[in-house]
Structure formats: C-alpha cells, structure tokens
Write a new protein. Structure first.
Length: 301
C-alpha cells in the first residue's frame, strides 16, 4: 500500500529532528516500523512551516519507492530503536502538488492524523496525487521540466561518511534512466551560477558543443586564468557519490587548482543548490575521498 513520508523544512520540536535526506534516505522511529516496507511506493509531504517564510502551503513534492531498511546503529540495544530506509527511483514534483486543492484535501483523515510523520495512503489517492503532478504511475520522466534559474550556493551537499545507510562500498551500480536529462539541466544551472556569481569575460559550454576534454564548462577568470568545471547533478538533496570517467579524472589530476567540481542538487526544481569544489583530485590524493572501479569496457574480437 502506498504511504506518505513527511519531511518538513522547519522542525519545531527538537525531539522530531531526524536525519532525512530527500531522495537519499528516510529516518524514522520504531512506531512506523510496520508501515514502511521495502518496495512500497510513497509520496513526500511537506507541512506549512517553511524556511523562506512564516508559513507556506502544505504540499506533496515528490515520489519514490522504499529501498533497503536498516536499524539506526546508534539505537542498537535500545528499547526505543529507530530505523533508516533508502529511497529509490525518486522523482520530484515540479511544481509541487498542493495538499488541499480547491479547498478539499487529498487525504481525508482525522485532524490529529496530520501529526503522523508516516501515513498510509489509499491507492486511488496516490494515483490522483501522481496524476496531478503530471506523471502517470509507471513513468519517471516529468512532462514539464523548469528552466534552471540561478541556484543557491551551498557547502553541505556531500553526505558525510557514516551518515547514510544502504549501498555500502560493495553496493551494486545502477545508472539512472534520467541521467542525461538531469545532467544537462545541472550544466545549465551551473552556467547560470557562473554568470551570476563570477561574471567571466568568456564562458564556453564544451559539452553543449559536443566536446569532451574532460570537463563540461570552462571560463577565463579575472586574473586571466582558464578554469575548468565538471558538473554533476542529482534530483536528491545531497550526494553520497559521483561518477568520473577516466578522462575526467585525468583532467582533474592534470589541472589541479584550475579544475573545479560543481555539485548541483535538487535538479529539476526551483530549489536547486550548487557546491563548487576546487581541485577534487587533491581530495582523492589526500584520502578524503576514495575511488573504486565500477565498469570496464571490454573490447571483443
């Protein structure tokens, strides 16, 4: 049965602060253990308390499927355990779907039920919410993709080690069906960010011109130096890993401080954020990050 996962911009009660990462994982108390099951579809719900103002509309802002479930290791042996589940096939709603269109709630529930972080959802209601978002059940591509505005700068788009569950160092590799769509959108968002923030004299979108030098964008900075930018995007709120081709890694190692990694999160929405990281090769060399081979191209014959 479909469910609702609540994740709010502002948490009024510190006891209800959970380590949720939109599109990556959901963290919840033991009382919801029997409602969250691997494989179940869900919609994300956000209440009226928003960061950008006193109150906003209650809304559904995305959907996905419940992945792996694990107990929070910090609660091992506790009489009040909590749990994590990974999020799979996350699709943001752009724009979000109001919870009360035309004065009538999608969820016909008792007033006190709105306090529940996890709620079951009738299949027909789930279908109506998904349809209102312009995405028929069984499809993942949005019908309308917003043009990227200038994303907000951020410095917290990398999930620290030990803060996520599932996957692990030996987890399977699966390339998203929407990788090109998200990647192209992220590059356009990065271009908007560079123009707005740096105002370079020259700015070239190499990827759009069909060039693959090992980065997507380059520009000449105020000191006359050529800076190279490789862009990675995700529809989720943060990154646990990225993919580098051999050419991209080689370019990062060759150009050092003149090579940048731009991480663009919340792609395909009006809440995009970008984190600019200079010299990612140094992070690898110093052991802050690690790399592992995932795919090998085998030439036959």
């Amino acid at each position: 049965m479909p469910i609702v996962l609540t994740t709010n911009d502002v948490v009024l009660n510190p006891d209800h602060a959970w380590n949720d990462i939109t599109g990556v994982q959901y963290h919840y108390p033991n009382q919801y253990k029997n409602k969250i099951r691997t494989g179940e579809p869900f919609v994300y719900y956000r209440g009226v308390h928003w960061k950008d103002g006193p109150r906003g509309q209650a809304e559904y802002f995305g959907r996905g499927r419940i992945g792996e479930i694990r107990q929070d290791p910090a609660t091992t042996g506790s009489s009040r355990p909590s749990w994590f589940c990974t999020i799979e096939d996350y699709v943001p709603f752009t724009p979000p779907v109001p919870a009360k269109p035309d004065g009538v709630f999608y969820e016909q529930i008792a007033p006190n039920m709105w306090r529940n972080g996890v709620r079951t959802l009738d299949q027909d209601v789930f279908e109506r919410i998904v349809a209102a978002a312009g995405r028929p059940t069984g499809t993942s591509a949005p019908t309308i993709v917003p043009q990227p505005a200038t994303p907000q700068a951020a410095d917290n788009l990398i999930v620290p080690r030990g803060k996520t569950v599932g996957g692990g160092p030996n987890g399977g590799y699966r390339k998203s069906k929407r990788a090109k769509e998200v990647g192209d959108w992220a590059e356009r968002a990065a271009l908007a960010f560079i123009r707005h923030t740096l105002g370079p004299a020259t700015l070239v979108h190499r990827a759009a011109e069909g060039e693959r030098p090992g980065w997507d964008i380059d520009y000449v900075d105020s000191s006359g130096e050529l800076q190279r930018v490789e862009v990675k995007g995700t529809v989720s709120a943060a990154f646990t890993s990225i993919d580098f081709t051999a050419g991209e890694l080689r370019a990062a190692q060759t150009h050092g401080d003149k090579f940048w990694l731009y991480l663009v999160a919340n792609c395909l929405t009006d809440r995009a954020q970008v984190q600019a990281i200079q010299n990612p090769a140094a992070r690898l060399a110093e052991g802050d990050w690690t790399a592992r081979p995932i795919l090998f191209n085998i030439l036959l014959g």
